[in-house]
Design a protein around this ligand. Structure first.
Ligand SMILES: *Cc1c(COP(=O)(O)O)cnc(C)c1O
Length: 389
């Protein structure tokens, strides 16, 4: 029955999106950098705590702006995890720089800060910290490494809206932070993102890059008499229609995250017995640290068991997926990047991690059904006699 399907993700609407879009249309400007863009940027600056936020059409765009601001080019290296989405690396490859992949930690699945220090060479220009599942990277250690070596620190906080580390919001701790409002994230606008410019020295150039390499911002403020081409850049800004949609979501961001945390804790509670029996592993972090509950994952014993579990859930109308194919092991990764060390944790996690359905409208009854089916799967498989070799 169609009603019984539990999708992996489902975009969530708070209700006021279309009203805001109508307002944007009535305001008379629907290009970028209008009233709703300013409201969203002010919201981000105020609620996250950064001197400057610029809306972008995606987190990918924010990462690309970061790569330009980092000033990297051919011959330069940028250290980042291999266990991440392609845009983290692509942004720097587009500038001609070489991503250097280091392994992740088995507890947070975030970049291993000790290996970052080891991977630094004379060519290293920047570090990208990806906050997987909204869990903070070891930012104090990474900030110290960046400071000691004169490197730019960029946060890929695509999954981390309103997640914190000791009272500071993720995305505000590096020189630059990149957020995503893609429809698979917690707070959405279809496609969308933001660049948080935490280092004030980068603000002026960021505004120029954002406006296609022109001094339009300074011109509009009356700071210069000519509107002209002054630097490289691109069209990184979203239209007001996107910003209007996003503003409705931002106003409910805290409520969205708190519901997701309830779902996360339910998963944790209901799957604990299977973890105790050794069938699966749960996220290693304490149960009381769901961060912004962007996603919920379990670790299977091996890739075959994961495949069988995905098939079992699928036959019960439940969609569960895995990610990432590690970038160091991808066709473009071989061509454009290099790996530091063996990346054993990355390989192990990529083979065993399974993401369970998680979306803002999900109910605890649906969580119960997913966990019930996982239970059924292990009851069936553990009854089968061991194969003799
Ligand atoms: C989603 C995601 C991105 C890309 O975000 P877009 O807004 O779709 O460009 C980049 N990095 C990470 C870690 C992500 O999860």
């Amino acid at each position: 029955m169609h009603d019984d399907l539990i999708p992996f993700n489902k975009p969530f609407f708070v209700g006021k999106e279309l009203f805001n879009i109508a307002q944007a249309v009535l305001n008379g400007t629907i290009a970028g950098d209008g009233e709703f863009t300013r409201r969203c940027q002010a919201w981000l600056e105020q609620h996250l705590g950064t001197p400057k936020a610029l809306l972008t059409h995606s987190c990918t765009a924010a990462l690309e702006m970061s790569a330009i601001l980092a000033g990297v080019g051919p011959g330069d290296e940028v250290i980042m995890p291999s266990f991440t989405f392609v845009s983290t690396a692509n942004a720097f490859v587009l500038r001609g720089a070489t991503p250097v992949f280091v392994d992740i930690r088995p507890d947070t699945l975030n970049i291993d800060e000790r290996q970052v220090a080891e991977a630094i060479t004379a060519k290293t220009k920047a570090i990208v910290a990806v906050h997987y599942a909204g869990q903070p990277c070891a930012m104090n250690a990474l900030r110290e490494i960046a400071r000691n070596h004169g490197l730019m620190l960029i946060e890929d906080a695509a999954q981390a809206i309103l997640s914190g580390d000791r009272g500071s919001s993720l995305g505000t701790l590096g020189d630059l932070g990149c957020l995503s409002f893609h429809e698979t994230k917690n707070v959405i606008s279809g496609e969308g993102g933001a660049l948080l410019i935490n280092n004030p020295e980068l603000i002026e150039r960021a505004e120029i890059i954002w406006q296609k390499g022109t001094n339009r911002k300074a011109f509009m403020r009356g700071e210069t008499s000519k509107y002209t081409w002054v630097d490289i850049g691109s069209s990184f800004l979203p239209s007001e229609l996107t910003a209007a949609f996003l503003y409705a979501q931002l106003e409910h961001a805290k409520r969205i995250n708190s519901h997701r945390r309830t779902l996360y804790l339910k998963y944790f509670e209901l799957l604990a017995p299977l973890a105790e029996q050794g069938h699966i592993k749960l996220p290693a972090l304490a149960q009381d640290k769901p961060a912004n509950a962007h996603l919920f994952y379990i670790l299977c014993r091996d890739a075959n068991e994961r495949q069988a579990l995905i098939a079992h859930l699928d036959s019960a109308g439940i969609s569960a997926v895995f990610h990432y194919v590690p970038l160091h092991d991808s066709p473009a990764g071989f061509r454009y990047a290099r790996a530091h060390g063996k990346l054993q944790v990355t390989t192990e996690i990529a083979n065993t991690l399974l993401r369970l359905p998680m979306f803002s409208e999900m109910t605890t009854a649906e969580i119960r059904r997913v966990c019930g089916e996982i239970d059924v799967f292990f009851k069936i498989t553990s009854k089968q006699p061991c194969e003799l070799s």
